[in-house]
Design a protein around this ligand. Sequence first.
Ligand code: ACO
Length: 329
Amino acid sequence: MKPKRTASEITGMGAAVPEKVLTNFELAKMVDTSDEWIRSRTGIRERRIAEDNETTSEYGHRAARVALDQAGLSPKDLDLIIVGTVTPDMCFPSTACFIQEKLGAVNAAAFDVNAACAGFIYSLSLADGMIAAGQYKNILILGAELLSRITNWQDRSTCILFGDGAGAAVLQPSQGDRGIVKTYIRSDGRLNHLLKMPGGGTIFPPGQEAHNGECFIQMEGREVFRHAVNCMGEAATKIIEENGFTGDEISLVIPHQANIRIIEAVAKRLDVPNERVYINVDRFGNTSSASIPIALHEAQQRGLINRNDLVLLVGFGGGFTWGSALIRF
Ligand code: ACO
């Protein structure tokens, strides 16, 4: 298909993950589970866990530095910082403001986006739109999470899934037909009860919740699984078809890394062979909004993204929220 003009392109990417590795074997000493059960149901072998004294913004800051270096920008060049996160340093100020402070990005506006695991795609969509509108030129977007902080380490049905980390990208006006071809975001608030962390807001204010598990991730695993496959499948096929492409033209799919079975079911629907689907859930588990940018950066570092490649991002998370993005590199 004839390439069309784009508004923005990714000029830098970065990621940062904790050094500490928590393997399935170690988890099996904490709850009644096994490496075999976790691997066969989720594809996860290990995940990274931050130290107790570390924060989401520290990992976001590290990822941002790598992305800025690659883009050849200084923090003072930034007009805007958008952070997708459900594990902010504090309810407010935003984690974006903490990252702004750490970077010394004194000329930027900064805010967080709460779209759970779809947070990076939502941030990308926003940033692309703002560049298209001519409002900003240099935008830093991140997905940054310390999910270990809101994980119930006694609940074997959830604690096996999650990990910590951050990923970042710099968006700038594109020079032609490479860049963000299209983004697509959706949500369905009717399903808000299936995946949530209820505590800390106005329903369960801080101080009242701690004993009842309201400050931990709560999830209806099977329902989440079913909707994740449907919604990611829809977001991926829609964006490919509506922009006149076919599955064959996609060089690499970077799906939200929640569960290998979800990823494989989505890939099957797209008719894209498994070797063109990037997977690192085995090493990092589900890092929510950070999972797509960590995978994107890793794929780039491994030389899997070449000039003119068409890359598809697709994500899904609590809300429910979901979305996709097509990027010509
Ligand atoms: N180890 C051993 N047994 C376990 C474990 C465990 N860690 N967890 C649950 N079980 C048991 C259950 O107790 C149950 O036992 P029972 O039959 O005696 O009652 C049995 O295993 C089956 O439990 P299910 O919950 O039905 O297992 P399922 O096959 O659905 O797998 C899983 C659970 C892996 C959580 C799956 O539902 C899933 O991946 N869902 C998607 C959830 C997800 O990815 N959420 C992330 C957030 S959303 C996102 O990022 C897309």
